[in-house]
Design a protein around this ligand. Structure first.
Ligand code: ADP
Length: 488
């Protein structure tokens, strides 16, 4: 099968969150299964092209953007240790920032940058003569490729049988823009933007809705999230669009690329371990606490970590409410690795100032630190308000680190609450987004930690599970086949 994957984030070239991990392993797994895979990504300035062996090609073309023509240049390479191909679309100005998105919250100019990128994708296929059986677009940044193909390339033989699949990673980022600008950049007809049309939502162009309406099939990143988004609480205003496509939506649980996330081979750890050598995990914890200058008299306490974006989605408002009370019990060490909204960064700084010997703080994005901290920790905290899938809890399972989660989306699909009488369950989970349930979950963790026997059982339960990215990639292929069969 010829598979074209388009995304704004693909590891290791450009990462903002979990989407980058997923788009990356999908390409690698599909290529390993024998498919011909082409991935396309904007050529952000921050990408170190020489480090990844990405070379500039002779290919360049003009992309018509309403009143102007914009020149695209193309870089080419492969994924590390894979035959999957990666193409980067460059522009002298549009991707000239150090970060992936124009600003972290739908910058004013992101409509222009991403429409340019979307319009360049079919042109790239023509230039490299790639006939995609499948186009898999990820989140709103790439949703416009689908209507562009349907309206502007319908007579192009290269795309006559291309099936389109839209993967929703997070409905809360939708790409909402001024319709006259988008009309101009896309060069699509005025009627396409009228009230009630597939592009329009509340008087604006909505890229997320566009993806939902135009794709042949829609994948969400977990089965529970596929159910949740039918309801207004989780749908972020998209419930009508979602409910109009119910037959075409499937939840496919994300997976873990165990080539990178496995304590047995993890290159970031000073020592490797598995479920038979958990004493090494204990040593890694002690090393981490020493490096972090936590006094040795506190080393016996459980280490609870939070490795995530510091945003409301990730449960920061219930943490905010309880953090001082819980830390004042002096019953655990809290380690936070993350960056995000200023008010939540300030909250954690404040907690560190107040409880310097019980809090470890890294206000940054650091891949290696994430590996080391997850390995060193006893528990991983994810009290999310909503969580389309979440990857970190699955990484934690593999590392024998016990997830403490609010049961929503992918967290509900992967983490089961430990029942001590039966010895079943791989974590601690609480059902409602509620500060008292959160507090009770932390207290349960602290209590369980007193029993080596229980902790060992939960760890083993989690470490034995298999959430491999292979399973996820195979499920995608099954859906791709169904889409292609329907075209016959
Ligand atoms: P989301 O995509 O909503 O941010 P996910 O759990 O799906 O959440 O994926 C987050 C990814 O980003 C994981 O690979 C996680 O390890 C990584 N990550 C999040 N915060 C940091 C950080 N501060 N430093 C390093 N990696 C991080």
């Amino acid at each position: 099968m010829n598979i074209l994957l388009a995304a704004a984030e693909i590891n290791p070239f450009a990462k903002g969150g979990g989407m980058a991990d997923v788009t990356s392993y999908l390409c690698i797994e599909w290529a390993e299964m024998g498919h011909d895979v082409v991935a396309v990504l904007p050529s952000y300035k921050a990408i170190d092209k020489s480090a990844y062996g990405l070379v500039e090609t002779e290919i360049s073309f003009d992309v018509s953007m309403g009143f102007s023509k914009e020149k695209a240049v193309v870089y080419r390479g492969t994924f590390p240790n894979s035959s999957a191909k990666i193409y980067l679309i460059g522009h002298e100005e549009f991707f000239d920032e150090e970060y992936v998105y124009g600003d972290r919250n739908e910058d004013e100019d992101d409509d222009r940058r991403f429409i340019f990128f979307n319009k360049a994708i079919p042109e790239l296929c023509k230039a490299i003569n790639f006939k995609p059986d499948i186009l898999n677009c990820h989140d709103y940044h790439t949703s416009f490729v689908m209507p562009i193909l349907k309206t502007q390339y319908q007579s192009e033989p290269l795309f006559e049988r291309t099936g389109t699949i839209f993967t929703i990673h997070n409905l809360s980022y939708q790409g909402i823009y001024d319709k006259y600008r988008v009309m101009d950049f896309t060069e699509m007809k005025h009627k396409e933007f009228e009230v009630g049309s597939w592009f329009e939502h509340e008087g604006k162009v909505n890229f997320m809705k566009t993806g939902i309406m135009y794709a042949d099939r829609i994948i969400t990143v977990s089965p529970t999230y596929a159910e949740e988004i039918k309801e207004p609480y989780y749908s972020e205003g998209m419930q009508d669009a979602i409910n109009s496509r119910l037959r075409d939506i499937t939840g496919v649980l994300n997976g873990v690329n165990y080539r990178i996330w496995d304590p047995k081979i993890d290159i970031f750890l000073s020592k490797n371990y598995n479920s038979e050598s958990l004493e090494i995990k204990e040593q890694l914890k002690l090393e981490y606490l020493e490096e972090s200058k936590i006094p040795s008299k506190k080393h016996h306490l459980p280490l609870i970590s939070f490795v995530n974006r510091l945003t409301e989605q990730k449960g920061l408002d219930i943490i905010e409410n309880k953090i001082n009370k819980l830390l004042s019990t002096n019953k655990f060490i809290l380690a936070v690795l993350g960056e995000g909204q200023e008010k939540y960064e300030d909250l954690i700084i404040e907690a560190k100032n107040q409880f310097p010997n019980n809090v470890i703080l890294h206000l940054k994005y650091d891949e290696g630190e994430a590996h080391r901290l997850i390995a060193a920790s006893d528990f991983l905290l994810m009290p999310s308000k909503f969580e389309p899938c979440g990857l970190t809890q699955m990484y934690a399972l593999k590392y024998g680190t016990i997830p403490i989660v609010r049961s929503t989306g992918g967290l509900a699909d992967t983490i089961t609450n430990y029942i001590s009488e039966k010895g079943i369950g791989n974590g601690i989970s609480f059902p409602h987004y509620n500060r008292d349930e959160f507090e009770a979950a932390i207290r349960k963790a602290v209590d369980l930690y007193k029993s080596k026997e229980h902790i060992e059982i939960i760890r083993r339960n989690g470490m034995e599970e298999n959430h491999s990215s292979k399973r996820c990639a195979k499920k995608y292929i099954e859906i791709f086949k169904e889409v292609l069969d329907n075209k016959d």
